[in-house]
Write a protein that binds this ligand. Structure first.
Ligand SMILES: [Ca+2]
Length: 384
């Protein structure tokens, strides 16, 4: 049944997207019973009841707020509704999960979500699923081979491929073909080649059926012929058995840090929160070796990913800490630590302004379980 579905767009609340060429107008409303979701969100009373029940279920300790931990089931349900594999299955889908979570906590210092915030974000996400809003989406693509076949038959195909391959130096014909496949993007209709499901079920069978050899000597012409054959075959396979891919692009360009640094009130709150949560000694001094932790606590407000989520970002932060040599383990007062943290944020901002980091993730979605999702099961008002 999911096979009829074309594209879903979900807001994730961060960064700039360039994915719109892939959303189709037709079909976007078909997705995930969009009309039902619209009806649910559109009906004030029903939706309020839905949120009340949902919130009550999630708020385990009954403190009227949802902690990160309490939000997890909702995030998992949204992921399930999108057809993502369970958390921990792949770094790519986990990244999308973290984006869904940060949609809820975005701009929050204490990372606790009130009912009205929960309602607003949930409504956004649900409407995003239903209508295909075009801001910051996670796009769920149905790759049916059409784009790929179109790409391979485009007159510019060979020139584009030759340009793309200029950095591949040596290897066998098969290596060349695989490397060339890796250069194809979801925009060109190619499912993510790094995904093990794609390797096992598409790439390897196709290489075998096209009899791509391991010879080291071959002409560019031979390569192009064989490569074209492989891509066409992949296109055919996708036609018979379309693959659903969740795709997301986010750019970290320092603009969120800039916004934070220019808002004294928000900055103070962020620094305060960060200091509250770093370990202190009995004289209430903080070791500067916790600067990374302090930064990580401030990350959501600064529009940064959590440490460990994006390699390139970790590298930038590591460089900045090294450059400023601030993590030497000196015991300092909170105020001093706040100054250091502000300085680190400023330096990360400058780095990102010069070299923005664009994160693009794709993950094959195996079993869209929309109907099984608890999240989207409308709660009827007279239900408990
Ligand atoms: Ca709670």
């Amino acid at each position: 049944m999911e096979r009829e579905k074309d594209v879903i767009v979900v807001e994730d609340g961060k960064g700039k997207k360039k994915m719109m060429m892939m959303t189709t107008e037709s079909g976007a409303n078909q997705v995930m019973d969009g009309s039902d979701i619209m009806e649910l969100v559109g009906n004030k009373e029903v939706f309020t009841t839905f949120v009340d029940h949902k919130f009550q279920d999630l708020d385990r300790d009954r403190d009227g707020h949802l902690s990160l931990k309490e939000l997890q089931p909702a995030v998992a349900d949204i992921g399930a509704a999108l057809g993502l594999p369970a958390t921990g299955s792949s770094p790519d889908s986990d990244y999308i999960y973290s984006q869904i979570l940060s949609e809820f906590t975005h701009g929050k210092h204490h990372q606790k979500v009130s009912k009205s915030e929960f309602k607003a974000v949930l409504s956004d996400i649900l409407l995003g699923m239903a209508t295909g809003l075009k801001r910051d989406p996670i796009v769920i693509l149905r790759m049916d081979g059409e784009d790929l076949i179109e790409f391979v038959n485009n007159p510019a195909f060979e020139t584009e491929m030759i340009l793309m391959l200029s950095d591949i130096i040596d290897g066998s014909l098969q290596d060349y073909v695989v490397n060339a496949l890796k250069k194809l993007t979801v925009a060109q209709g190619m499912p993510p080649v790094h995904d093990s499901w794609v390797i096992d079920n598409i790439i390897e069978p196709v290489l075998e059926s096209c009899k791509i050899g391991n010879q080291k000597e071959f002409s560019q012409e031979t390569f192009m012929e064989e490569f074209k054959k492989v891509v066409e075959r992949i296109g055919q396979i996708l036609k018979e058995q379309p693959v659903i891919v969740a795709h997301s692009e986010t750019t970290f360009d320092g603009s969120e840090i800039k916004r934070l640094l220019s808002n004294k009130f928000e900055l103070d709150k962020t620094l305060e929160e960060s200091m509250k949560r770093v370990p202190k000694d009995k004289h209430l001094k903080v070791s500067t070796e916790y600067i990374g932790l302090a930064l990580d606590i401030a990350a959501p407000t600064a529009g940064l990913p959590p440490l460990g989520a994006v390699d390139e970002m970790d590298k930038v932060i590591k460089e900045v800490l090294k450059m400023l040599s601030v993590d030497d383990g000196k015991m300092v007062k909170e105020d001093e630590m706040k100054k250091i943290l502000t300085q680190v944020l400023g330096s990360v901002m400058l780095q990102l302004q010069v070299n923005p980091i664009c994160v693009s993730t794709s993950s094959v979605v195996h079993e869209p379980v929309v109907s099984a999702s608890n999240l989207l099961k409308p709660v009827s008002p007279d239900n408990n």
